[in-house]
Structures are given as C-alpha cells and as structure tokens.
Design a protein around this ligand. Structure first.
Ligand code: NAG
Length: 180
C-alpha cells in the first residue's frame, strides 16, 4: 500500500466518503442487501435495489419487504392516480410485487393508462442501468421509458380527472416505444 500523501483538498473527507459509498453500491451484493435492510422509506428501498425511487408515489402509509422471498407489500392511504411525465398510473391501496435488484416482478395493484385503456403493470425491469431505460411489462407490450422520469415520487390523487389535468398541462411528450 502506498503511503498516503497529505491531502490538498479541504473537501477530501466528504469526497472520500462518497467514494466509499459508490464502491460499496457497485461492488458486492451483500453490501447492497445490508443497505436495503436499512431503508426507512419505500423510495430508498427501491433506490437500493437499483430502481428509481419515484416509481411508487408519495403518501405511502406503510410497506414491508421480506429480503429472503423478495415479497414487497406497499400500503397507500387510499387507491389513487399518479401522473408521470408521460402517462397516468392507478394504484390500489395495496401494491405487491417481488422486489429484486433491478426488478419488481409479479406486480399486483398497479395499472397504467395506454391509449385510453387501463392495463395492469406486471413487471418493471432495468436490464441495463447504463442505458437509462426502464421497461414496463404491461402484458400486451413492453414499454421502454426513461428511468429518469421516475426519480421523484409523484403525488397520488384519489380523482383521475385532477391527475389527467396535470398530464395535459405537462404535455404528453417523451419517447414511448412498443415492442412485442
Ligand atoms: C421472487 O422471485 C424469486 C426468484 O425468482 C423466487 O425465488 C421467490 O420465491 C419469489 N418470491 C415471491 C414472494 O414470489
């Protein structure tokens, strides 16, 4: 090991700590499992599993995650609609799925509006984090979206119209691709 030289940067401790966190997050899976068990919000739990924290809206009453089976159960205060920049989602008061690193599969209690139809979201996967693409399995198609659109947990409102207004004011932009 080389002898450590004096550090010229006052910001060194912070930078070094950040470096430790990064190398921890990117290397061993036992390390990320330990982090995941310490998550105090559903949004941090998702982030610790390599998924955007804003997939699940604000207003979460409680959640539980069994790290062994992967079973994730999220309880919202009420069924509600959330809008993301490109679309509208409906959440039951209980959303369940199997959470693993980079994926939430076997999803129950979550629907997505597609061309005026409500389709159940079955799974959400990030296959390649460097692509910035998140895949939504909505049964008839797999929808490729920008993962960055789901970083911030949206509000979740009990009335669809309010959420739909929000979408119109934001505009239905963003690339949506369907693949069989
Ligand atoms: C989650 O998926 C893993 C791997 O496919 C499987 O072993 C486990 O039984 C699943 N858990 C639940 C709760 O379905």
């Amino acid at each position: 090991m080389a002898k450590l030289a004096p550090f010229p940067f006052p910001a060194f401790p912070t930078a070094f700590f950040a470096f430790l966190l990064c190398s921890c997050a990117s290397s061993s899976s036992s390390c990320s499992a330990a982090e995941a068990s310490e998550a105090t919000t559903i949004h941090d739990l998702l982030r610790n599993h390599g998924l955007p924290g804003g997939l699940i809206p604000k207003d979460v009453e409680s959640f539980s995650h069994d790290a062994t089976s992967g079973l994730l159960e999220v309880r919202l205060y009420r069924p509600c609609y959330a809008h993301y920049y490109d679309g509208l989602a409906y959440f039951d008061s209980e959303v369940r799925g199997n959470l693993s690193y980079g994926a939430l599969r076997g999803v129950v209690g979550w629907s997505q509006e597609e061309l005026f139809l409500w389709l159940p979201v079955k799974g959400i996967v990030i296959n390649d984090p460097s692509s910035g693409v998140i895949l939504f399995d909505i049964g008839v198609a797999r929808k490729r979206l920008a993962a960055s659109a789901f970083e911030v947990p949206p509000d979740c409102r009990p009335v669809a119209e309010q959420a739909a207004d929000g979408i119109e004011s934001l505009g239905r932009s963003g690339g949506i691709f369907h693949q069989r």
